[in-house]
Design a binder for this molecule. Sequence first.
Ligand code: BTN
Length: 239
Amino acid sequence: MKTVWLDTIDSTNSEALRLLPELEGGTVLAARKQTAGRGQRGNTWFTEPGKNLTFSIVLKNLPLSAPEAIRLNYLTSVAVASFLEAKGVTADIKWPNDIYVRGRKICGMLLENTLGPDGKLLASVIGIGINVNQKEFPQLANATSLALCSGGEYGLEEALEDFLGIFDRLLPRLLSEELFAAYSERLYRKGVPARYHDLLTDREYQGVIEGVEPDGRLHIRNLDGGDCYYRFKEVSYLL
Ligand code: BTN
């Protein structure tokens, strides 16, 4: 993989998408400061400049159909969790791809794929924000960082190389059962009764996460009876 560090950019995902035709697969764009970092659901991803990892990995020519693109979420989530574990921090994966430590978010991802006319994945831009050295999150009650969880301070360039080494080693296992198992076993709230908001019916209920289906849907058992299966944006976790 080839990493390019940018001092300031609006968003590494936006820059990677703009440059996509000329970027080689395996290029990583990393920013010391993002001025318009993008999150899921059109949210802004704001972190203190120079303290955290904000980067996008460009992958091309992947052996994936559109429905199999979910595998990239599994891979990236497991890679981030393994990276944190290597620093002594146990992390959970909040479906589909937020990374949590002791109930607080430490990392978010924004995967943006382009498809060819045959429905195969042409390219994927995997945007990752990992909170590393930031210790205060004034506007985010539910955020944490590697420094807060481990007490350490980390060089960002070295931390990114560590992460990319793990990601690269997992890449050949993209379609493996082993990767799916590694994702499933780290699932946040798995087996624990908790409250959920079903956005399809606008109802709240007490349920237990049973696991993730191979097609990526989250399976929650409603404790009042019945099984629910959700795609992205169809359910939210309540405190
Ligand atoms: C989320 O949890 O809402 C997703 C956050 C994704 C943030 C990363 S930071 C690097 C990359 N560039 C962006 O603009 N967003 C992603």
